[in-house]
Each structure stands twice: as C-alpha cells, then as structure tokens.
Design a protein around this ligand. Structure first.
Ligand code: PGA
Length: 251
C-alpha cells in the first residue's frame, strides 16, 4: 500500500502571495515523487489557486460542513470543496475539537457527507496529556473512534483514513515514540475489525501525526501498520516537507 504524506498548513500563511510561493516550490520539488501519495491542505481561501497537475499530489481541506448549502453563515460545504478539486478532507482535528468545541457527533455527520460525495475523510483522533497521565489513552481513542464513525456503513469504513494524533505531541516538538504509535495503530485496526469486519481492516489506512519532522519521519514510515504521516509545522517549510516525502522512497 502506498504511503500517504499530508501537509496541514493550519491557519498559515497570511498572504496569498506566500501561499503561491509555497505551492510553486512544492510543484517543482514533488515532480519526480513516485512512491508516495501527497496531499496539500492549505486554508480554504487558497484552495482555488492551488492546483497541481501532477496526479500524485492532491488537494485537501482542513474541515468542511455537512450540509450542501443553505443558511449556515461562515460554513464551507463538502460539495463546494469537491467543485474546487479537493479530494481529501481532514475532520475532527484536535484544534477543532479543543479550541472550537467540535464533537465526535458532528465529525460523524461530516464523515458521512464527505463519503457521499466520494471524497476521502481523514479522521483525527488522539488523547490529551491529561488522558495519558490518567492512563486513559485507549479508552479515549476507542470512544472517539466509535463516535466519529457512528452511522457509517460497514462497507464504507475502509474509505476513511484514520490519523492518530496524540494532542500532547502536536506542535510541541515532543513526538510520540514510533513504538507507541505502532501500538495505537494496531489497537485501531482491532477496533475496526470488531466494528466492520475483516474486509474493512484490510484496506484501512492509518497515519501518525504530531511533531513529525525530517528527522523522525522514517521511524514511523518503516512500520507496515503506519500508512503515512500528517505533518503540521514542518509542512510550512516546503523544503523540509519535500524531504519528508522523499524519505518514503526507502519503503
Ligand atoms: P505538528 O501538527 O506537526 O505541527 O505537530 C500536526 C497536526 O496538527 O496535524
């Protein structure tokens, strides 16, 4: 299964000129990438001007709304994103959950809307530092997973990409050890097996995210159970991001 490397630019950069510069740099640097699938998730406002010709580089968004259209001030629907050429949608990122109060119930509605349009949802789950201290990691992850996939048909579940992103590792430079990430990925596979059966787990892709850098990317990528990376801070340095993508060549 091809590894997938996703850039989450979050609320960066602050001008379209800078965004264009990053996109041009990536276009150049990712030209010869054959082994990895790459997804770039800029802020909504830069999506329209961020087209990639290279078929292995796709556009993603950082969120979406579950209704197609209507009186929902400030929202961007999955349908609008599809129209712009977006193929992947990050959902339930911890910053949305903890800064903006997003619940797993609303994540599930978004997952459904995204799948209905044949786009790929990337569902983020992960424990906080407090959960970890209280040894509740597996409990929290299980609840988030089940609630975030509530009501999704069993035969649709392997179309969802799961991203294990421990909250304490995001933006802190304190990345989760590859052994721990592997353990959680195996736990998630077991949960999916129980929820949706063997077929669902066979095609399932699980990513790791949280302080991924060019120095630690390989540790995760060498595990068969980790199908790729969700990269935040390091993706803002296009040169570093390209190096992370290129490190997939070894696998
Ligand atoms: P980080 O962010 O790489 O800056 O830790 C990852 C993420 O939030 O997806």
């Amino acid at each position: 299964m091809k590894k997938i490397i996703i850039a989450n630019w979050k609320c960066n950069p602050t001008t379209s000129k800078e965004a264009q510069k990053m996109i041009s740099f990536l276009k150049q640097g990712l030209k010869k990438v054959k082994k990895a699938e790459v997804v770039i998730c800029p802020p909504f406002v830069y999506l329209a001007s961020s087209k990639f010709q290279e078929s292995r580089v796709k556009l993603g968004s950082q969120d979406c709304f579950w209704e197609e259209k209507g009186a929902f001030t400030g929202e961007i629907s999955a349908k609008m994103l599809k129209d712009l050429g977006v193929k992947y949608v990050i959902l339930g990122h911890s910053e949305r959950r903890y800064i903006f109060g997003e619940t797993s119930e609303s994540v599930a509605k978004k997952v459904k809307a995204v799948l209905n349009l044949s786009l790929t949802p990337i569902v983020c789950i992960g424990e906080t530092l407090q959960d970890r201290k209280e040894t509740k990691t597996f409990q929290v992850i299980e609840a988030q997973l089940k609630q975030s996939l509530q009501g999704i048909a069993k035969n649709q579940i392997n179309k969802v990409i799961l991203a294990y992103e421990p909250v304490w590792a995001i933006g802190t430079g304190n990345n989760c050890s590859s052994d721990e990430a592997l353990t959680v990925s195996l736990f998630l596979r077991k949960l999916i097996l129980n929820i949706a059966g063997r077929k669902a787990v066979q095609g399932l892709r699980i990513l790791y995210g949280g302080s991924v850098s060019v120095d630690n990317a390989v540790e995760y990528l060498q595990n068969d159970s980790i199908n790729g990376l969700l990269v935040g801070g390091a993706s803002l340095d296009s040169k570093e991001f390209i190096s992370i993508v290129k490190s997939v060549n070894g696998f």
